[in-house]
Design a binder for this molecule. Structure first.
Ligand SMILES: NC(=O)c1ccc[n+]([C@@H]2O[C@H](COP(=O)([O-])OP(=O)(O)OC[C@H]3O[C@@H](n4cnc5c(N)ncnc54)[C@H](O)[C@@H]3O)[C@@H](O)[C@H]2O)c1
Length: 432
């Protein structure tokens, strides 16, 4: 990596990567027609004029396109990473060079740098926060609460962030409204399932180049992300085992045709393990004790705690980086276990995150949620809010139209039938 360039109002790896970043940003933009439609309106209406927005997001080509349309709407944005390994350095450079945006993000940054970068993004005294994992909200409520008065509201991109925000709100500790963008249907139905599904397999393949066909692939969880991973691993010919703690989700996995069993049993037979639960230690020391030589472990949940790396480190006599984003842990008994992407989100650490077409919808939600907070923030309180359903459906309709897909609308007769409780029942005299 080139020496970091520091100029006070940004901290990135290498400004010379800007042109490459701009081309990649434009390439991603081609798959983001919904953002383009919003950009046209934002350009005309300037809903974010004079608004300072701090964003802690994965600094990828898709995020850059979100930033581009918010800037078109007048926003003044500071951006930092939401994960130390997920930054695309060329994109960070393009945002600084072509959009004069203060960006604080370097792929592989230390925990100290990561925290400095969050602080730097907050130094702009934001009116709005945009989080992917609640880092800005957490920092604002702890170390930087002098800034709380300026904040109108925030948005949250991922499941893990939403869970924590809801816990904060339940304790009455959330000082401003946050819209759970993750919970919009046009986000988690598509981004978590199809986006994480495809990009996690992409990350695993880039990190290892192993053939999936014929392997036993163990997926931790059967939630939105993990069912996408299971589906794509199956599509590549792997024999997929699912582990769950929720009986409903476990039953769904069984009915979808997967083997379901406790992790300790799966650990004995798996070749490849990937968790995306939002929980911790899905692959724990006692599981690693029984894993076969050569087993590969990865995580696609938000934090790097799904694999118990501390336990694995303690059990190991050596740790060697054998490929980019693949570490070999040699255990005392000679077995070798491999960890992809240092146990961080493998789709962002070893690949490029979600494909743009899916982020188009997630980020349309982000942009519309930010606009909604500016319009309605003063009527809202320190709580976690759902994305208004009207906006969710508007995004789905825009996406369909951008894909040239037409759908039917209810006829007046059909609408009346659905809204009239007497029709079609025993008391109805209609002979429909
Ligand atoms: N990799 C990415 O790009 C990406 C994208 C979106 C979300 N995420 C993250 O992925 C994680 C999961 O998100 P989701 O939307 O799928 O959540 P979800 O709530 O839909 O699914 C999580 C599932 O994990 C199960 N689970 C919890 N603990 C478990 C355990 N010990 N063993 C087995 N199963 C267990 C739960 O029962 C649930 O079914 C979150 O951390 C989220 O922030 C990652």
């Amino acid at each position: 990596m080139s020496a970091a360039v520091k100029k006070g109002n940004y901290d990135i790896a290498d400004i010379n990567l800007a042109e490459k970043g701009r081309f990649r940003m434009q390439w991603a933009g081609r798959e983001m027609p919904v953002l383009d439609l919003l950009a046209e309106r934002f350009h005309r209406e300037r809903p974010f004029a004079g608004v300072r927005l701090a964003a802690a997001m994965h600094v990828t080509s898709e995020t850059a396109n979100l930033m581009r349309i918010l800037i078109a709407g007048g926003a003044e944005i500071s951006l930092c990473a939401s994960n130390p390994l997920s930054t695309q350095d060329d994109i960070a450079a393009a945002l600084v060079a072509y959009y004069e945006m203060p960006v604080y993000a370097i792929k592989g940054e230390t925990t100290g740098q990561y925290n400095d970068h969050l602080n730097a993004a907050l130094d702009t005294r934001p009116h709005l926060t945009m989080d992917d994992g609640m880092d800005l909200v957490a920092m604002l409520h702890t170390q930087r609460n002098d800034l709380l008065d300026d904040v109108v509201g925030g948005t949250e991109e991922t499941t893990t962030g939403v869970i924590r925000l809801k816990a904060m709100a339940a304790q009455g500790k959330l000082a401003f409204p946050v819209i759970a963008v993750n919970d919009a249907m046009t986000k988690h139905f598509f981004d978590n399932r199809y986006g994480t599904g495809q990009s996690t397999l992409d990350g695993l393949i880039r990190a290892t180049n192993v053939l999936m066909a014929g392997k036993t692939f163990v997926v931790g969880g059967y939630g939105w992300c993990s069912k996408g991973i299971a589906m794509r691993a199956k599509g590549l010919g792997a024999n997929v085992i699912v582990t769950e703690v929720d009986p409903l989700r476990a039953l769904e996995a069984v009915m979808d045709g997967f083997q379901v069993m406790p992790m300790l049993k799966a650990a004995m037979v798996g070749h490849i393990f990937c968790a995306a639960t939002g929980g911790m230690h899905i692959f724990d020391g006692h599981h690693m004790e029984v894993m076969r030589d050569g087993a590969i472990l990865a995580n696609s949940g938000h934090f790097d705690v799904e694999i118990n790396l501390k336990a694995l480190g303690k059990m190991s006599t050596s740790i060697t980086r054998v490929r980019d984003f693949l570490d070999e842990y040699t255990l005392e008994d000679g077995r070798r276990l491999y960890v992809a992407g240092e146990g961080r989100l493998v789709n962002l650490a070893a690949a490029e995150g979600h494909p743009s077409a899916v982020m188009d919808m997630s980020f349309a939600n982000q942009a519309l949620a930010a606009e909604y907070l500016l319009q309605h923030g003063d009527e809202m309180s320190g709580n976690v809010y759902d994305m208004p359903e009207k906006l969710d459906r508007e995004i789905a309709a825009l996406k369909l139209s951008a894909m040239d897909v037409e759908i039917d609308t209810l006829s007046a007769e059909q609408e009346m039938y659905l809204n009239e409780w007497t029709l079609g029942t025993a008391i109805s005299d209609s002979d429909l």
